[in-house]
Design a protein around this ligand. Structure first.
Ligand code: G
Ligand code: G
Ligand code: MN
Length: 394
């Protein structure tokens, strides 16, 4: 199956060259050296648009506005010989207008960058096609999964960078569906939130996490447990007491539990959240601000909420080796978290190079495929055992 790409640039040589590359990646290319022809064309709803920001008759920002008016759903990549900061601002503007600007390419274009982008687009497209074919789940589906205990947890290690050993894990929920196999949270968290089932799901998640944590610790492995909670969980004023009762019953210490809340969700309802989050801290739970850098929290908001940990969003970690702005953001996040007395965790650590940079910058914890993917409880136990041995031997 081939996907279509529109290439819009006043330079004929560039459109020609890009079209060749697109074809090499099994994409069907339509080239335009004139914006009006592009905007008149029904192919505008192609799946990918490569758009030059600086053209003689019309600038790319105007094209962005026109595409936004048409509610264009294609993925867009902006190209320009201008300063990279201009490209970045244009990308932000496009996304603010609900377009899907997925990347920017400074000119002269490095063919390897473009090739990688086209390749990942083709690949991602085929994956999304599979994902799209999955049916949407209903409230009834979730209710029956809850009653049959079909939700399970996978655990991903978090490594203490200085000590070199695993000190915590993040619990990540999955749905072990009897017919459809393993389903990831992006397919069901939203329906749980909409149907007021997120409280019940979180409760099961916490139960399972505490149960496994007990099992590991009675076998000699003591790990902190990070649990993701939705902003909908912290809407309920009785959540802190309820959670505290739950872990008291299971004889677990609240100080071993970190609750992760994504930055973008937390800022939506700051007042109620502030009450609940403060009381959670009073009860001894730790609090982490997840996917940091993707939301819009201001420094004063960050200061108001008693977070104990800041998790840098994985997009910055994954880009920091090739984008010096991403590196600057990582560096700033580490400094900021330390100045505010928080632990700093880097997500999406995929290589030795990532790890070395983070160690140099003084980041506290690292999590990512470089160490391990999320895994079942028994595997995690074995992994932590091995990891402990490596540290004590070396
Ligand atoms: O591995 P993964 O696809 O699980 O995680 C995707 C996202 O799903 C994560 O960013 C995380 O925030 C969210 N998530 C994972 N587990 C849970 C959970 O138990 N509860 C909630 N509310 N979100 C979760
Ligand atoms: O947003 P949150 O931190 O809760 O989500 C963790 C998500 O990140 C999970 O979906 C997990 O599977 C994924 N993840 C963990 N480590 C890596 C990594 O090194 N690379 C990538 N691409 N994803 C990762
Ligand atoms: Mn998380």
């Amino acid at each position: 199956m081939s996907y279509k790409v529109s290439i819009v640039d006043d330079d004929i040589q560039i459109t020609h060259l890009l079209a060749i590359l697109a074809k090499k990646n099994n994409l069907i290319a339509h080239t335009y050296n004139n914006v009006d022809l592009f905007l008149d064309n029904p192919h505008i709803e192609n799946e990918l648009i490569l758009l030059d920001l600086c053209m003689p008759d019309i600038d790319g920002i105007e094209v962005i506005r026109k595409l936004a008016e048409r509610k264009c759903t294609s993925k867009i990549v902006l190209m320009s010989g201008q300063d990279k900061s201009v490209l970045k601002s244009a990308q932000i503007l496009a996304n603010e207008k609900n377009l899907r600007c997925i990347d920017i390419l400074p000119k002269p274009i490095h063919m390897s960058d473009l090739s990688a982008l086209l390749k990942s687009f083709s690949k991602e497209k085929s994956i999304t096609k599979e994902a799209d074919s999955q049916p949407n789940f209903t409230k009834q589906d979730v209710l029956s999964a809850l009653s049959q205990n079909d939700f399970i947890l996978h655990y991903q290690p978090q490594v203490d960078i200085k000590k070199g050993c695993t000190t915590s894990v993040e619990a990540l929920v999955r749905w072990q569906h009897p017919e459809k196999g393993l389903i990831f949270p992006d397919q069901f968290i939203q329906i749980c939130e909409q149907e007021q089932l997120i409280g019940a799901l979180t409760e099961q998640v916490i139960d399972m996490a505490i149960f496994e944590s007990h099992k590991w610790s009675s076998n000699g492995i003591n790990l902190n447990m990070s649990i993701n909670v939705s902003a909908k969980n912290i809407n309920s004023l009785s959540f802190p007491e309820h959670l505290f009762e739950l872990i008291n019953e299971k004889q677990m210490l609240s100080s071993l539990i970190t609750l992760e809340i994504t930055e973008s969700q937390i800022m939506e309802e700051l007042e109620t959240s502030l009450d609940i989050l403060t009381r959670l801290r009073l009860k001894g739970f730790k609090l982490s601000i997840d996917d940091f850098g993707t939301g819009y929290s201001s420094l004063s908001q960050l200061h108001k909420i008693p977070f104990t940990e800041l998790k840098i969003d994985r997009s910055f970690i994954m880009n920091m080796t090739k984008d010096k702005d991403a590196l600057a953001i990582v560096e700033t996040c580490i400094m900021l978290s330390h100045k505010l007395g928080m632990l700093c965790v880097a997500e999406g650590v995929e290589s030795r190079q990532h790890f070395d940079i983070l160690a140099d910058l003084g980041c506290d914890m690292a999590q990512g495929y470089y160490f391990a993917r999320p895994m079942r409880s028994e595997q995690l136990y074995n992994w932590a055992m091995e990891n402990q041995k490596m540290v004590s031997n070396g």
